[in-house]
Design a protein. Sequence first.
Length: 391
Amino acid sequence: MKDWPDYADLLKGAEQLLERTAFPGDDHLKAKLWQQFAMNLSQGYFLLFQSTPDHPEFAPFENSVFLAQPNPDAVYYYAPVDGRGVYRVIGERGNAPVAGFALGNRMIGMDPAPGKGLGNFDIDDLAIDADGRFEVIFSTERPAGLKGNWLPMNPETDFIMVRQFSYDWGNEQDVRLAIERVDVASAIRPPLSREEIDAKLTHLFAGYARNLSGISIGAVQRCAERGFINRFNLNSFQELGNSEDWPQAYFETVFDIAQDEALIIESELPQRRPYWNVQVIDALWNQVEYVYRQSSLNGLQAAVDSDGKFRTVLSHQDPGVANWLDTGGNNYGMIIGRWYRCSSQPTPTIAKIKFADLDRHLPEGVVRIDATGRAGALRKRRIGSQLRRKW
């Protein structure tokens, strides 16, 4: 067992990740990276210590505090599992637009390179009773005599993640879930041994804290190096652990604007669009504050212009249009959007202009908003976000 200073020493060298960012000499970015390390330690504690494959429990993974590029509409949970085991999940569906399970090996951050996805399953494909309740068994093979819900689990699986996307924050009912391992005799969880605690702390300090930041910085760097600066790219994010069957396309770009500039983003909308959104991310791949700022929009929150198109303005100050995306003070970062099970996957366009010239570049049919309307939208946002269970 190490002494406490030995664990702190394991963090040495992580500061070199700053050199991989677009602005390694920026003191504010340095401060944000140190903050991200603290966030990673907090999040990693949940993932490593909350539960074990023999005694699993869904722990929070990415929310309004753990901001490593979460979907602001989403609440995620993580449970470690043994892919050779048998697990029962009991739950209530709720009515959020999207709720499902993602199975994988090596959750992002557990290793320097992302792991791989091993299957996605929509809860709506299960048999659910009249009260919205369900049970489902996960195992490599369907148990003999089982008549209820069963989902196959690759033996390489070491986690089950829950994704749920909400449109009407605080008014929709989120999914409620519990998980138990049913092929292990003992229901009593033993305390961690000194060796187990040492291994987990070593992983947390020497691995997870820097791994997650390295992957996050690399995601921004990759997009910029491919030339997608103020220009959108369609992506699947399979390189970050999404499995091939994940029915979602992402549009992404690195944005680069000065304080007196703005981006006008315009897109056709798919005819069938059960869920879509767009969000603003900083240079470290953290979601910009979204409870108290309008730094994201989804298909319910967004206004559609009179010509049927979606337009939004990314800017540092309020442009007076309903679909404002707040930069959160960032001149450089990313914009990422999602088309989930949509009938098409449009690639939005971007026009970079001076903020003072904005009105000359917007069509007459763009939906406007005044100060009272903005205050109401922001209040609805912060109340709705806080009414969701994220912990």
